[in-house]
Design a protein around this ligand. Structure first.
Ligand SMILES: [Zn+2]
Length: 128
């Protein structure tokens, strides 16, 4: 009798292949532009236009300095990041993320494309 069910190895191979295809098909930034001093725009390969307040982006830095590795809690509090925060350099990391060099000297944050899509239009933390 022939068994048509995929073996676990075949199944894992298939899942990995699908994951890779997902990453390849996922929208990527096709254009990054400074709209004004405080606003950054990203146009994506699927045609979506995103806008970001740069202070919100800095506050959302996903690196280990800015997010507590154990609790997942943000270490940045409202008011920690000044209005004068600006990205100095933005570079692509592989095919999946952008890295920002900020004018406060912070540059360890790598922002996956999926995170950037989630942050689209999100307001900065309210300064009390
Ligand atoms: Zn950070």
């Amino acid at each position: 009798m022939e068994n048509k069910e995929p073996t676990p190895v075949e199944q894992r191979y298939q899942e990995k292949k699908e994951l890779r295809q997902d990453q390849e098909n996922a929208p990527a930034p096709s254009k990054v532009r400074q709209i004004d001093g405080q606003t950054l725009g990203i146009t994506w390969t699927d045609g979506v236009d995103s806008t970001y307040q740069v202070r919100m982006l800095r506050e959302s830095c996903p690196c280990a300095h800015c997010i507590d590795e154990w609790s997942g809690e943000k270490r940045i509090k409202p008011g920690d990041i000044p209005e004068s925060i600006r990205p100095l350099k933005i570079k692509a990391v592989g095919l999946y993320a952008l890295q920002f060099d900020w004018n406060d000297g912070h540059s360890t944050g790598i922002y996956p494309h999926a995170l950037l899509r989630k942050l689209d239009g999100k307001p900065p933390l309210e300064i009390p």
